[in-house]
Design a protein around this ligand. Structure first.
Ligand code: PMP
Length: 406
């Protein structure tokens, strides 16, 4: 039977990473993978994470027993407060939220998809932005939910194609699941404004759609935790029933530790608490069959920081360091391209936010710049801003300038 297993293509992003590693050119630049790098192009362990690390290391009480099925409660409860804007969120006050620890954001999207595939009575399709994080398609398809794309990115303005996005959400069958990036859209770096979010909410309400938020960049995008969760807070304040897949990979720099959370918020109703109890029981069953219980380490680190005021403030400072460096690289890249007089407009580099920028480079240009200048980016022209630093931004700008003129 082994012969019937066809060869699958290598994951595009991890393939790119491998090609970069194998490249021996000293000028090579990695703008592929979405992981933060410091000004020396090195991974950055957040100082607050180092502190939490030593607190955990010196705690004689800690052992390696199994976590509960739903994960570490001191972590999931603070994760909920973080994404909903604090303990005064109506969903938290009214105990209308069920939270379960997951294998980072990917595991949260998966658990959410699995839960909806079993229990969501609406249309069995999920609407995702065109483009979206490529893994969204695979995750939903793997649990039998086909993905349909709604327009999102305008090639002309390199901003939001808002009119067509709205038309598409309006013409989707009622009760469709709509996947939304809470902030710092991956791969485009283009987010709706708060007024546009309000219009999106109105359409979702009108069509009885179901919002599925994916949040992987809270605090990382703007440096302000409350700004980066504004869309979710708005939907919750408006009384929507929704789900949230939350990753702590980027904002804590805990990529490989796989700390994440999945939340279900029900609407305000007299029976909301019993609904939440039933939902939690089903999530626990799904979790048990998939991973039994989630990993401890990353959640312990995050929990240590989220539950201590001084460490929390220090974390916010670390977030500002990361987002600030990225914002300054956006400014630098745009300024260099404009100085060089590179054909085209480059305002989108600073208009877009978060980890990524959709440069507008074509696939042919992406391949050319990789071959000629050893600058690595994904084929869709997405660059990870974190790969830029004060030492390579000139080089990258010149390489882009050259490939655009060719
Ligand atoms: N959703 C989006 C939109 C992302 O960009 C990412 C990170 N690439 C994730 C989810 C989840 O990543 P992780 O599983 O590493 O938390």
């Amino acid at each position: 039977t082994a012969e019937v297993v066809p060869q699958a293509p290598e994951d595009a992003l991890f393939g790119l990473m491998r090609a970069y590693r194998a490249d021996e050119n000293p000028d090579k630049v990695d703008l592929g993978i979405g992981a933060y790098r410091d000004d020396n192009a090195k991974p950055w362990v957040l100082p607050v994470v180092k502190k939490a690390d030593s607190i955990l290391f010196n705690n004689p009480e800690l052992d390696h027993e199994y976590a509960p099925i739903a994960g570490i409660a001191s972590f999931t409860s603070k994760a909920a407060e973080l994404i909903l804007g604090g303990p005064d969120s109506p969903a938290i006050r009214e105990k209308r939220i069920s939270s379960i620890q997951t294998i980072s954001g990917t595991g949260a999207v998966h658990l959410g998809a699995l839960f909806l595939s079993k229990f969501y009575p609406g249309t069995k399709k999920v609407y995702v932005s065109k483009p979206t994080w490529a893994n969204h398609h695979q995750i939903f398809n793997n649990v039998g939910i086909p993905t349909v794309e709604y327009p999102y990115f305008s090639k002309e303005t390199k901003g939001l194609d808002f009119e067509n996005m709205k038309l598409s959400l309006l013409s989707a069958p009622d009760k469709s699941v709509i996947l939304l990036h809470a902030c710092a859209h991956n791969p485009t770096g283009v987010d709706p404004t708060i007024d546009q979010w309000k219009e999106i909410a109105t359409i979702i309400r009108q069509k009885s759609h179901f919002p599925f938020f994916d949040t992987a960049y809270q605090g990382f995008a703007s440096g302000d935790l409350m700004k980066d969760n504004a869309a979710i807070r708005y939907f919750v304040e408006e009384g929507f029933e929704l789900v949230v897949a939350q990753s702590f990979a980027k904002n804590f720099g805990l990529y490989g530790e796989r700390a994440g959370c999945f939340h279900i918020v029900t609407g305000p109703a007299p029976e909301a608490q019993s609904t939440i109890t039933r939902i939690a029981s089903q999530l626990a069953i799904l979790q048990r069959s998939e991973i039994s219980n989630p990993p401890l380490y990353g959640a312990r680190i995050a929990s240590t920081v989220l539950n201590d005021q001084a460490l929390f403030s220090e974390w916010e400072e670390n977030l500002r360091t990361m987002s600030g460096r990225i914002i300054s690289m956006r400014k630098a890249l745009r300024a260099k391209l404009e100085d060089l007089g590179t054909p085209g407009t480059w305002n989108h580099i600073t208009d877009q936010i978060g980890m990524f920028s959709f440069t507008g480079l074509t696939e042919a240009q992406v391949l050319k710049i990789r071959e000629d200048a050893h600058v690595y980016m994904t084929k869709n022209g997405r660059i990870s801003m974190a790969g830029l630093n004060t030492k390579n931004v000139d080089y990258v700008a010149k390489a882009i300038d050259k490939v655009v003129r060719e």
